[in-house]
Write a protein that binds this ligand. Structure first.
Ligand SMILES: *Cc1c(COP(=O)(O)O)cnc(C)c1O
Length: 360
């Protein structure tokens, strides 16, 4: 039986990437040893490290002026890294709250300095992204923080918010490299790798160099972005195997037509599942409002929690795993990241139609 992995993270990886990693596991390019056993100071690893940085920037259409950093600690550590580096004593940072992760990011910043809520859709149980006229920015905000895709609630920004000259910071953990994006409008983008980029243990940070130069210089070495940039992320031992896997995933994305190709693929997949929800005559109820729907995490409810439990169990019998919604929202969540094939979305949609006919 084919297994389709709808886990939210760690999540599905492209089959071709796993095969290549398997083929190279015991003997990396004729060295006779595994990349798992290779020094991060070797020429083999340094080539991977610099290839991953270059490919990442190229996919986003960026050149000089930006750096890509390979860090650890997950997106959750970035919630503190950003204010530690950029939220000085007399400054204020603006946070737009669109779900659990942005609430956590804001709470960390508030421990370090002054962090305001520029907008929040909590009153609507985070079922949408705020409209431009709902956002109130501080005149001299140190930065504005958004979460581009809300993994738990299943909503996604479909535009880049207008923030004037204020530096824009985004947590893109669950939709990084899923679509084209005006990357040069961002001062800093961060993402835990385990959703769209590779295995857990790696956190990727894209940072504009002129902004990095303004960071707090007094921090401990490992808490400064500048340390990672000045040493090509090799100040200490990086998560080398995860960076190797990232480089393979980036090559796979290039082979799919880059970010344009990914966006077409992702729109088609999400469309297959959302149309099944919309055509179910109310049996499946989407959580997100249509204009805020995520192309990565599709959240919906069934008429009762008992039916939801049964749905998840029956889907698993058919090889579709990881469909249980996050404990804070309930219901069903289908995560359809870059690596999910069209066939996976079709299999789920067909299962949903049959299941609704039997239980509706
Ligand atoms: C998963 C996720 C996180 C948490 O990531 P960790 O790497 O586990 O710290 C943060 N933000 C978003 C948007 C996520 O999807």
């Amino acid at each position: 039986m084919t297994v389709y992995n709808f886990n939210a993270g760690p999540a599905i990886l492209p089959a071709a990437v796993l095969e290549q990693a398997q083929n190279e596991l015991r003997d990396y390019k004729g060295t006779g040893i595994s990349i798992l056993e290779t020094s991060h100071r070797s020429k083999e690893y340094e080539a991977i490290n610099s290839s991953a940085e270059q490919r990442f920037k190229q996919l986003l259409g960026l050149g000089d002026g930006y750096r890509v950093l390979f860090m650890q600690g997950g997106a959750s550590s970035q919630f503190a890294f950003v204010p530690l580096n950029f939220l000085g004593p007399n400054a204020v940072a603006d946070y737009i709250l669109t779900g659990t992760w942005s609430v956590k990011a804001h709470a960390e910043a508030a421990k370090i300095g002054s962090a305001t809520i520029a907008a929040s859709t909590k009153a609507d149980n985070f079922n949408r992204i705020p409209r431009g006229d709902e956002v109130t920015l501080s005149p001299d905000a140190a930065y504005v923080h958004i979460t581009t895709n809300n993994t738990i609630f299943g909503t996604q920004w479909h535009t880049t918010p207008a923030v004037g000259d204020r530096p824009l910071v985004a947590d893109m953990s669950s939709d990084i490299l899923s679509r084209p994006l005006p990357a040069d409008k961002y001062a800093l983008i961060y993402a835990g790798a385990q959703k769209n980029l590779g295995p857990a243990g790696l956190t990727v940070v894209l940072i504009r160099e002129d902004w990095m130069a303004q960071a707090n210089p007094e921090l401990p070495t490992m808490f400064k972005y500048a340390t990672y940039a000045a040493n090509n992320s090799l100040y200490n031992t990086p998560p080398a195997y995860a960076v190797y896997m990232l480089d393979l995933v980036l090559q796979w994305i290039e082979g799919q037509g880059g970010l344009e190709g990914m966006a077409k693929h992702n729109e088609r997949k999400a469309g297959i599942i959302y149309s099944t929800i919309d055509e179910s005559q109310g049996f499946y109820r989407g959580h997100a409002l249509p204009d805020s729907r995520s192309l990565m995490n599709i959240t919906f409810r069934l008429p009762t929690p008992e039916l939801e439990q049964q749905f998840v169990a029956d889907a698993k019998q058919q090889g579709m795993i990881g469909l249980k919604g996050h404990r804070s929202v309930g219901g069903i969540r289908a995560s359809v990241y870059n690596a999910m094939p069209i066939a996976g979305a079709e299999a789920l949609a067909s299962f949903m139609r049959d299941w609704a006919a039997q239980h509706g």
